[in-house]
Design a protein around this ligand. Sequence first.
Ligand SMILES: [Ca+2]
Ligand SMILES: [Ca+2]
Length: 66
Amino acid sequence: MGAYEFQIGDDCPADVNGDDTVNIDDLFQILGAWGPCEDCPEDVNEDGVVNIDDLFIILGEWGPCT
Ligand SMILES: [Ca+2]
Ligand SMILES: [Ca+2]
């Protein structure tokens, strides 16, 4: 019963740069896109804003995606 029960299909939403790993690069990309952002890969939960919620998802999904 994790705090973030993300269903990962054939893609990993927290992997914002698409290298199949959630790591510091994705975290920095989140920080770089911080703020209102529509249709951005950095907006992991797709609520139109890149913020702490997306950062926590990144941390929860940390590591290889597959
Ligand atoms: Ca990545
Ligand atoms: Ca978001």
